[in-house]
Design a protein around this ligand. Structure first.
Ligand SMILES: [Zn+2]
Length: 256
């Protein structure tokens, strides 16, 4: 007779999103998310502000490619909410590593950790906001590092953003900029002027992050940086080190 465990596996097969059988996630995929967080904003063309201010610093744990892409897609859109337990601790560790610099620079000034909002359609399809799970993990990591951090889901997407298809890069940026708004509850929670850290799952062109940054700055808040799980490598650059940004985590608050 088969052991019960084996029967259960036949009924409810588990596999890592990369295909490795019999585990919810495999050691290889977990190792890709071990960090350390590195600066990646230079690979995101849409973070350029055109106003002389350098792009907001963004830290990522890993390039968005290969099995990491599978993990994120299954987590967000294929019902693998159980991967929270892989991804949230990864960003928790990253925030704990980044926390001391924020604490040195800001002292006991509270940090508002703001998740990048998903579109209403995506939220309805998923039945939840996966990025909020990451943002709460960042709050916990920053607190472990001595910062007074709090979770502030301050923003929402406007429903009627134009379809991006057929728009040039700059028009896409404008389209998205108008597509993020502060919620009334978010405005209350942030108060007059808050220091904000943004959290998202993946950095691609940076257009969404830039729109979020602008929405917060328009309301008088300071965006100090952003953390993401993974960043799309710039296509034209083959050097692995350059592809995934600088490996140092010095000068964390300096926009370079
Ligand atoms: Zn795997």
């Amino acid at each position: 007779m088969r052991p019960v465990r084996e029967l259960v596996r036949l009924l409810l097969p588990v596999a890592c999103p990369c295909g490795a059988p019999d585990v919810r996630w495999c050691a290889r995929c977990a190792a890709l998310l071990d960090g350390p967080p590195v600066r990646v904003e230079r690979g995101a063309p849409r973070l350029d502000r055109l106003d002389g201010v350098a792009a907001v610093p963004v830290w990522a744990l890993t390039p968005y490619s290969g099995p990491v892409r599978d993990v994120v897609v299954h987590w967000k859109d294929r019902g693998r909410a159980d991967l929270d337990r892989l991804l949230a601790p990864a960003l928790h560790r990253a925030a704990r590593r980044l926390g001391p610099a924020f604490h040195d620079a800001l002292g006991d000034t509270p940090l508002a950790v703001v998740p990048v909002p998903s579109t209403g359609a995506a939220r309805r399809a998923r039945g939840r906001e996966p990025v909020s799970v990451l943002a709460r993990a960042v709050v916990d990591g920053l607190r472990d590092a001595g910062s007074a951090a709090r979770f502030v889901p301050a923003l929402a997407r406007r429903g009627a953003a134009r379809d991006q298809v057929g728009l040039g890069a700059r028009a896409r940026g404008r389209n998205l900029a108008g597509a993020v708004r502060m919620t009334r509850r978010g405005a209350r929670a942030l108060g007059q002027r808050s220091a904000c850290i943004l959290v998202d799952d993946v950095l691609t062109t940076g257009a969404t992050l830039a729109a979020v940054e602008r929405a917060l700055e328009r309301a008088g808040h300071d965006v100090l940086g952003a953390t993401v799980l993974a960043a799309t490598p710039p296509p034209a650059d083959d050097a692995p080190a350059a592809r995934h940004g600088r490996s140092d985590i010095d000068g964390k608050l300096v926009r370079t």
